[in-house]
Write a protein that binds this ligand. Structure first.
Ligand code: LMR
Length: 326
């Protein structure tokens, strides 16, 4: 009897076909809220992959530094604990100096110039600038231009003297604040609200969408519309993971990624404009518009940072990026 049961069970198994392979899991870890360009891109990517690859690939999105902060995520990716991340371009300096180009203050006049440079031959080459470290860039993701916020009004560079600003982990950003005699401290994104709220720091720089979604505007009395620098992202994976994917799956995942990037890049400007309007409507912070003369003072004060980093970044690359403004 027992033999018969076993034989029947085996038959049933054979009839059911081969055991289906476990799905490939892509963990996508990031630090911002879902209601941001990056948050929306990650959700769109998950939807598209699951629509097209059914049960072959599962995407798990972890927003809000739930899984890793940006200080740890690249290491985690190289260890295989995360498969996709999208840190700000400012957060790769341990892996390449070339991406520091994106942090140079007042380099790009608007997001159209940023887009032109990123899509140029020089911009595309930067995607593979960390391949020797096992980090592969899959595409650029926009957020937007950064604004300065503080507990006190910032109209001219002297207003920033001796104030303490939080920056991302980037020496260029530290130099940018040195240039106006302010102090810069590198801190994780997840700590910024509390640092501002407790007055441990005086100010920070970020896009409208981050200032809004992280509620920085509730703990910063003034926001200066400076558009002085860029906050964009590089969507990255580990070369090991990427090259280990079956060809057909890799192609589908890449197509879904490109579509979700196009979707979010289109959304980014609108999101920042809407969040700026929501901040103004809240009445919690005063938004300061600079006169041309005031803005020029910030440009003059911060521009020497380009020269400081010219050797590390490369003069030709800086010129190529600057020429995208025309
Ligand atoms: C920051 O740390 O300010 C940003 O990188 C956060 C983000 O990912 O937008």
């Amino acid at each position: 009897m027992r033999v018969l049961t076993a034989a029947l069970a085996l038959l049933a198994l054979v009839a059911a076909g081969p055991l289906s392979a476990a799905p490939i899991v892509i963990k996508f870890s990031h630090v911002v809220a879902e209601n941001t360009p990056k948050g929306q891109m990650a959700i769109k990517f998950k939807e598209l992959v699951e629509q097209r690859l059914g049960d072959k690939v599962v995407v798990e999105v972890y927003p809000n530094s739930q899984l890793f902060g940006d200080d740890k995520v690249l290491e985690a990716m190289l260890l295989g604990d995360v498969q996709i991340a999208a840190p700000a371009l400012s957060k790769f300096e341990r892996y390449t100096k070339a991406l520091q180009i994106f942090d140079l203050p007042f380099l790009f006049k608007d997001m159209a110039a940023v887009e032109r440079f990123q899509q140029s031959a020089e911009g595309q080459q930067l995607l593979t600038s960390m391949e020797d470290k096992g980090v592969l860039g899959l595409g650029y993701l926009h957020n937007g231009l950064k604004q300065l916020s503080a507990h006190s009004p910032l109209r001219v560079p002297e207003d920033a003297h001796k104030l303490k600003f939080r920056v991302m982990a980037s020496d260029v950003l530290v130099a940018q604040f040195d240039a106006v005699d302010a102090a810069a401290v590198k801190k994780p994104f997840s700590e910024v609200f509390t640092l501002l709220q407790t007055n441990a720091i005086d100010g920070q720089e970020n896009t409208w969408s981050n200032i809004y979604s992280q509620k920085f505007f509730e703990v910063q009395e003034y926001i200066t519309e400076s558009n002085h620098g860029l906050l964009d992202y590089l969507v990255v994976t580990s070369s090991d993971f990427w090259n280990g994917l079956p060809d057909d799956i890799r192609a589908e995942v890449k197509a879904a990624l490109d579509e979700s990037l196009a979707y979010a890049n289109d959304l980014a400007n609108k999101k920042n404009e809407a969040d700026k309007a929501a901040i103004i409507a809240s009445g919690r912070s005063e938004v300061i518009e600079l006169t041309d003369a005031q803005r020029q003072q910030w440009v003059d004060a911060m521009r020497p940072v380009w020269k400081q980093f010219e050797d590390e970044i490369g003069k030709d690359l800086i010129e190529a990026a600057y020429s995208s403004n025309q």
